[in-house]
Design a protein around this ligand. Structure first.
Ligand SMILES: [Zn+2]
Length: 293
């Protein structure tokens, strides 16, 4: 258990020194925040490497469809992201600029137009050449679980400090911006979910009003995806999103950026919540192919 300094002060009667320490601690955090912001400003001011831009144009299909101001903002974010995150290759995967930039460009799409602290819980990105096998426990009934290997494209967790991605899935996600599947957007949506107190599919929202509206819409939409999964009705959203509220947010984020026209038509309230949170309207730059559209 951690006691708040003020509670300790009340209990021990040494309020002055404790409050002073707390004051110093707050000043130190402000100072560190100031230094971090200054360093990030410097990173953004650097010229963007031409080689990196070539990689983005060749690999990341949504980039050329963004408005010029958004392209510039994205490149700024990529400079900070790549300076702050470590990459490690696994199972023989080499970490090249192509790997780092292709991942960074997609991850940073989630940061446009908002004040951001660049996925603060994430330190290291582990990259496998392709789908990898992980130990998994699957429920058979409520009490019986089977253990086995499951193939995965990516994963991350709140306390892990890391993320795992399969390079072939990263590449195919970047190459087709409208098939509804993007492992980078999915895993980094989980990281946004970790920015506030719980991993519950609700990222940090600005106001109480926004939180209430988000909860109500997500609860309804999640329930209808669960019902569709049980009855086998085809859905725009991947039914993996019916696993829990956190997966629902990650799957919805993929659909928001990759199938925005259909999402807006079929789930207008869900689309509106995501548009308010991300402060983006992907219909404006989508490459989505809509029948009859
Ligand atoms: Zn997930």
């Amino acid at each position: 258990m951690t006691l708040h300094p003020v509670a300790v002060a009340a209990a021990t009667g040494c309020s002055n020194s404790v409050l002073e320490n707390e004051h110093r601690y707050t000043n130190l955090l402000e100072m560190l925040g100031f230094l971090k912001d200054r360093h990030r400003k410097r990173l953004k001011a650097r010229p963007f490497p031409n080689e990196w831009l070539k990689i983005i144009k060749a690999r990341v299909a949504f980039f050329v469809r963004l408005a010029a101001a958004d392209q510039a903002e994205l490149l700024d974010h990529i400079q900070v992201f790549l300076a702050e995150k470590n990459f490690e290759g696994c199972a023989g995967q080499e970490i090249t600029d192509e790997v780092r930039v292709t991942i960074g460009a997609q991850a940073c799409l989630l940061l446009l137009h908002r004040k951001t602290n660049y996925f603060p819980r994430l330190l290291t990105i582990l990259v496998y050449p392709s789908t990898y096998l992980a130990d998994e426990q699957r429920p058979i009934t409520a009490d019986i679980w089977e253990e086995g290997k499951a193939s995965r494209l990516g994963e991350t967790a709140r306390m892990m400090g890391s993320m795992v991605l399969a390079w072939d899935a990263v590449k195919s996600g970047a190459a087709d911006p409208a098939d509804g599947k993007n492992v980078v957007l999915h895993e980094f949506a989980h990281q946004l979910d970790y920015e506030n107190s719980a991993s519950d599919g609700t990222p940090a929202l600005a106001t109480r009003e926004q939180q209430l509206s988000w909860r109500e819409v997500m609860r309804t939409e999640f329930a209808s995806l669960r019902a569709a999964e049980e009855t086998g009705i085809p859905t725009l959203l991947d039914t993996y999103g019916a696993t829990n509220a956190a997966e629902f947010f990650a799957v919805s984020t993929e659909a928001f950026f990759e199938r925005p026209v259909m999402l807006r038509a079929q789930h207008p309230r869900l689309y509106a919540e995501l548009r308010n949170y991300f402060r983006q309207d992907p219909v404006e730059f989508s490459a989505e192919r809509v029948k009859g559209g």
